[in-house]
Design a binder for this molecule. Sequence first.
Ligand code: BGC
Length: 750
Amino acid sequence: MKRTLIAMVTSVVALSACCGQGTEKKTYDGRPMDEIIASLTLEQKVNIVMGTRRGDSNPPEEAPGMPARHFHDPIEDISQGRIKGAAADGYAIDSLHIPSVIYADGPAGLRIAPLRDGDPHTYYCTAFPTGTSLAASWNTVSVGQIAAAIGEEVKEYGVDILLAPALNIHRNPLCGRNFEYYSEDPFLAGEIAAAYTEGVQSNGVGVSLKHFAVNNQETLRNGVDAQLSERAMREIYLKGFERAVRKAHPWSIMTSYNKINGILASEHEWLLNEVLRGEWGFDGVVMTDWWAEENGARQQAAGNDLLMPGTQRQYDEILAGLQDGTLTEAQLDRNVANILSMIEKTPSFKNYKFSNNPDLDGHARLSRYQASQGMVLLENDGKALPLAEGCKVALFGNAGYDTYVGGTGSGNVNRKYTVCIDEGLRNAGFSVYGPLSEAYVTFIEDQKKLHEAASFWALPEIGEKPVTKAEADKAAIENDVLVLVLSRMAGEGGDRELRKGDWYLSDVERENMKTVIAAAHAAGKSAILLFNMGSVVELDWDGTDFFDAALHVWLPGQEAGNAVADVLSGKVSPSGKLPFTWTGKYADYPSASNFPLSPDSDRAVRYEEDIYVGYRYFDKHETEVLYPFGHGLSYADFEYGGLSVKKVKGGIEVALVVRNTGEHAGQEVVQVYVSAPENVKDRPVKELKAFAKTRTLAPGEECAVNILIPEEDLAVFDETAKAWVINHGIYKVHAASSSADVRCTAEFKK
Ligand code: BGC
């Protein structure tokens, strides 16, 4: 078969670009970099390549034979540093105008301590919607805007580098950090990450793209060995990073804790030097994830410039490594030069006088808008939504009154307030049924007294309040609509579990759902289901009497309730689409039998599904799923027409017209999938290559959608040739409303 080879991936050029990287052309503070480096003592160099924490503790072993690793204590984090609650400070040398640079989390907003001893000023940050919600908006413009707002908080609170965005692939729905990540699809993940990166960095502060790479679970995260083919790595697990690096030029990137085919990511010379720097042209700083240490000298030699937050052991290892040849001084100098080049761009270097007063009110408005952009209308039979103005709502579910707005761990944001769903509904002029409201508030308060409060690592333990038949029946008679919120929390440090109350519905939740639906329908009212979680649960509903409408609201940030009300009321027509496939059954996921570990291993996970992750797998096996990738309804209806595909210089131009044929205004996310020529073996049925979100279209209004797919995006990784190649033949281009709802198809010949 004919094909065009577009990039040999381990070319001589690539190798020399990274390994021979000198410091001679770089400058720092107006002086040649070589001169600065020559003026540093060895001790200063080693200090520069690590954060200033230097604490050392004795962490427990996580599995037999696993290297001992640290779990950092967030309380301790919060007590230290120039900006309280930041994750790390860099090393300063005043005489050389090298300031201490500040690094802080995290994806859903800046994470610093909100209060300081003896200081009446507060340092709250805006909690924005979490990763899945951002990706579900398929809106790179609004993601860019909220990211610019996050960047403003970073800058105005005196921080230099934000430890975000997080874009690992949703390989399995149980990954505890999926809420921070974007999608099962690397194109969508990469586009959202690029928009986020550009937004933050437009403020003159940096991001750290994380966690690089193949970090798709929390179980044994400190060293689990992810085993996969180079093709799966290149096409699925690295692709999003590649897009974000090439498009948005992040200042830094954070390596993950795990191993990739036996080598720790932070010691992965091939990954960091050949691929990241050599092939993709990354010229920023590579830093470790926090306390990821095995051997500081090997990390340094591999091109992991900065060791965070820095330990005495790593310090000693670097010195020992310089002695025994594990590390050369040239490699150390290279890393120092990378770090200094980044420092020079920071507000701290420029002595920026930060205000400690970012525009929190303006950012709250952006957070609310973005949250509504991400909400996914899964069902709306009989048009139960939007709700009638000012109607009476019976609100069921703990999270209706204690709404989850973000996950736990480093992705948490210390916000000033949370608008829960009940409050948001009242703000929007709905009346929220008092007796239920009182019952829930009392139940939640009583339960909270019995359980440990949710904290950095700990998830809330409160079970769902049981709903009695009498309670539901009365509520159904006295109200216009019944709304039930189903919630899940997740966080860093652990994966979700295949048990009732986590992946499966608990008995109480199942009963509550049945009770609420029966009561609503007996009284001739609608029953609406809201999902308040960063991912999904198993819904093995038999389908006989489901809710009349279902809306996924994700972990939508501090303005949660207002944003939910915006969508329920119809002020905003839902326009989010699922960034992953939602199957009915866990066993249907292609990674189910290899997660979190492969059955025959206590430390390795084989990615046997290869590139067939998410819809790439379900399409191929024609598996029926609950909700396909890209699914999401609107209060409007859209018709697609006039699809044309044209070869132009540099790529393929796709044009079509989208028309709102419904009765409400709304936005549509147009997804463009491409199918490889039929004679090409072992390829997904189709792959997402572009998408566009329309502006709000009034009923009857239409708009033209024009998208360019760059030719190189047609390339696939040839495992044997170790190269990206473009196959020749007839390609099909599908304009689709979801991966299972292709509206029109056209062809072009390559
Ligand atoms: C997390 C990172 C985070 C870092 C600093 C680590 O535990 O994995 O995502 O940026 O801590 O808080």
